[in-house]
Design a protein around this ligand. Structure first.
Ligand code: AMP
Length: 534
C-alpha cells in the first residue's frame, strides 16, 4: 500500500447523518421554536393539555392502531427485535436451508457453530432479564444446551454421524426454538395517535371529565424514500379529542383551531378539503365500497398495476391515485356522498354548517378517504403552497372505534397531525425564514481591570434579557469591532481603564457609528428603551 493510501486509511472516519434524517440548525431552529410556541398559544385556550408519549412502543400497538396492511406498518417501521429473536430467525433459516442442500456430514458442522452461539446468546439474555423466565423457556434453554453438546460430540468424536440422529436433533432444535417466548418487539413510532389512545386507556382517562383534549409534538419515524418534504425522521404537531360526544361542533371546533394556528403562523395559500367517509356498515361505507369495487372491476384493464392491487385489498385507496391517465376514470366512479346512511349524511351537513358559522372556508373533496375501518365520517386535509408534490401539511379525521380496538372502553375520537417539516418549508419558501440570530451588545474590553467589570456587566445585561457576547480573550479595539459587526450586534460596549475609573461607559451604535458615554444605570435604561422600541 502506498504512503498516501495508508495515510488516507488512517484518517478517522467522517460521519454523516443517516439518509432521511437531518440536523435542524440555527437560525432555522428559531422558526421551529416559534411554530411550536404558536401551537401552544393557540391550543391551550381551546382547552388542550400537552401529552408526551414515548418515542418507541410495542410494535403490535402500531400494527393494530395504524393497521397491519398499511404501507406505514408493513414496510416503513423501524423495528428492533430483542437480540435473541433476530438470531433465532437466522438459526431457523439456517436449519431450513442447510437441510435442503444437505451434503452428508456438512450439516452438523454448519449447524454447530450458530447453535453454540445461540445458546450463549440465550444465556446472556436471561442473565440480563431480556427473556421472560417462564418454565417453558427454562426447559427449552436446557434442551438447546444439551442438543448443542451432543452435536459438538458428534462432530468432534464420531467420523460420520448417524443421519437419523442428526435429523432428530434438528427437529428438536426447531421445536424448542419455536416454543421460546421473547419480549415484544418494539418500533419507533410512525405516528402518535395510537400512543395517545394507549395512554388514554392506560391512565383511565375515561374517568376524567370528557372529552379529553390532548396535543403533542415531536419526531416520528418512517422508512420512506426520502425526497423534498419527505424524511425518515420527521416532526408532527398533533391533537386528539377522546371520549365524550361525536357532535359535529367538536369536529368543526378542532378544524377552526387548526386553521387559526396556520393563520397565526402566517402560512400562505392554505386550502382545507373535507369529506365524510360514513361508517363501516353495510348501509353506509361497506355498501359503497362493494359498489366501488364492482365499478372498478369494469375498468380494471385500464388501471395501472398499483390501482389493480389496491382494488383488491383496499378499493378506497384507488381514489388517492395521482396517475394522469387514471384521473378521467376515477372521476366517473360512484361517490361516497351519494351512499351515506341518514345519520352520517346529517352529521356531514351539520359539520359544514358549523364550519360556516365559524367562518372557516373549505372545499369538499369526495376523493379524500382513509383506508381503515375505524376511520369514520369527518376526514380533512390541508395543503399549502411552495411544497411541490408533497403539499399536504396536515391530515386528520374521526376514528370512533380506535380506543376500543386497542382494548379500551368505547370512546369517540377525532384528531389531526401536522407535518411540521413541511409547514416550516412552506413558511421559508414564502420568505418567513428566521433572521440569523445577532447580539444586542458586544463587549469590547481592554485590560485586566476592565475585564472584571466586563464579566459583571455581561452577567447583569444577560440577566436583563439582552443577548451579550463577551470575548474570552482581549482583542485590539479594531478587531473587536469587526467581530461585533460580523455577529450582527446592535451595540458595542467599550470598557477600558478610563471607563472603569470614570464610571462612564462608552456605548457605540454600530449602525451609524455614533458614540455616547453613560453611567451603568443609565446604560441599562437606554438599552431597555431601545429594545422596547425595536
Ligand atoms: P399522516 O400521519 O400520514 O396522516 O401524515 C400527516 C402529515 O405528516 C402529512 O400531511 C405530512 O405533512 C406529514 N408527513 C407524513 N409523512 C412524512 C414524512 N415522511 N416526512 C415529512 N412529513 C411527513
Amino acid at each position: 500500500m502506498s504512503e498516501g493510501a495508508k495515510k488516507k486509511e488512517e484518517k478517522p472516519r467522517k460521519f454523516q447523518a443517516i439518509r432521511g434524517t437531518r440536523d435542524l440548525l440555527p437560525p432555522d431552529t428559531a422558526l421551529w421554536n416559534h411554530v411550536e410556541q404558536t401551537a401552544r398559544e393557540v391550543f391551550v385556550p381551546y382547552g388542550y393539555g400537552e401529552i408526551r408519549p414515548p418515542i418507541f412502543e410495542v410494535t403490535e400497538l402500531f400494527a393494530r392502531g395504524v393497521g397491519g396492511d398499511t404501507d406505514i406498518v408493513s414496510k416503513e417501521m423501524f423495528t428492533f427485535s430483542p437480540d435473541p429473536l433476530s438470531r433465532l430467525e437466522a438459526l431457523r433459516t439456517l436449519i431450513l436451508s442447510t437441510r435442503e442442500y444437505w451434503g452428508g456430514t456438512d450439516f452438523p458442522q454448519a449447524l454447530n457453530e450458530p447453535l453454540q452461539e445461540f445458546v450463549d446468546v440465550l444465556k446472556s439474555a436471561s442473565s440480563r432479564a431480556q427473556i421472560p423466565e417462564t418454565a417453558e423457556n427454562v426447559a427449552s434453554q436446557a434442551q438447546l444446551a444439551s442438543i448443542a453438546n451432543r452435536l459438538n460430540q458428534l462432530i468432534t468424536v464420531e467420523d460420520s454421524p448417524d443421519i437419523d440422529e442428526v435429523n432428530d436433533l434438528c427437529e428438536k432444535v426447531e421445536l424448542s426454538v419455536e416454543s421460546f417466548q421473547f419480549q415484544d418487539a418494539a418500533s419507533l413510532r410512525p405516528e402518535a395517535t395510537a400512543s395517545v389512545c394507549r395512554a388514554y386507556i392506560e391512565h383511565n382517562m375515561q374517568q376524567l371529565p370528557q372529552p379529553v383534549k390532548l396535543y403533542y409534538m415531536g419526531p416520528m419515524f418512517r422508512r420512506e424514500r426520502p425526497q423534498k418534504g419527505r424524511y425518515r425522521q420527521f416532526y408532527q404537531i398533533g391533537a386528539e379529542i377522546l371520549g365524550g360526544s361525536d357532535a359535529p361542533a367538536i369536529d368543526a371546533e378542532l378544524i377552526e383551531m387548526l386553521m387559526a394556528f396556520f393563520d397565526k403562523c402566517g402560512l400562505q395559500g392554505t386550502e382545507l378539503s373535507i369529506n365524510s367517509i360514513g361508517h363501516a356498515s353495510d348501509n353506509c361505507r361497506r355498501g359503497y365500497v362493494a359498489k366501488l369495487k364492482a365499478e372498478l372491476e369494469k375498468v380494471k384493464d385500464r388501471l395501472g398495476a398499483d390501482s389493480q392491487r389496491r382494488m383488491e385489498k383496499n378499493p378506497l385507496r384507488v381514489l388517492d391515485s395521482k396517475l394522469e391517465h387514471e384521473q378521467a376514470i376515477i372521476e366517473k366512479l360512484p361517490r361516497i356522498a351519494d351512499h351515506l346512511c341518514d345519520d352520517c349524511k346529517t352529521h356531514y351537513a351539520a359539520l359544514k354548517r358549523e364550519l360556516e358559522l365559524r367562518g372557516v372556508i373549505y372545499r369538499e373533496n369526495w376523493r379524500l378517504v382513509r383506508g381503515l375501518d375505524y376511520y369514520m365520517r369527518t376526514t380533512f386535509e390541508i395543503t399549502a403552497q411552495g411544497l411541490g408534490s408533497q403539499n399536504a401539511v396536515c391530515g386528520g379525521g374521526r376514528y370512533d372505534g380506535l380506543v376500543e380496538l386497542l382494548g379500551g372502553p368505547p370512546a369517540k375520537g377525532i384528531g389531526f397531525a401536522i407535518g411540521e417539516d413541511r409547514l416550516i418549508l412552506s413558511l421559508q419558501e414564502s420568505g418567513k425564514g428566521a433572521a440569523p440570530q445577532g447580539r444586542d451588545v458586544y463587549i469590547a474590553w481592554m485590560g485586566e481591570r476592565a475585564y472584571a467589570t466586563a464579566v459583571r456587566a455581561a452577567k447583569d445585561l444577560r440577566n436583563a434579557g439582552f443577548r451579550v457576547e463577551l470575548p474570552p480573550t482581549e482583542l485590539k479595539f479594531g478587531k473587536a469591532l469587526e467581530r461585533a459587526s460580523k455577529l450582527g450586534s446592535c451595540f458595542a460596549l467599550i470598557l477600558g481603564d478610563n471607563e472603569v475609573t470614570d464610571g462612564q461607559w462608552t456605548l457605540k451604535t454600530l449602525a451609524d457609528g455614533s458614540q455616547q458615554k453613560l453611567s451603568e444605570a443609565a446604560l441599562l435604561e437606554y438599552l431597555r428603551n431601545q429594545k422596547a422600541g425595536l
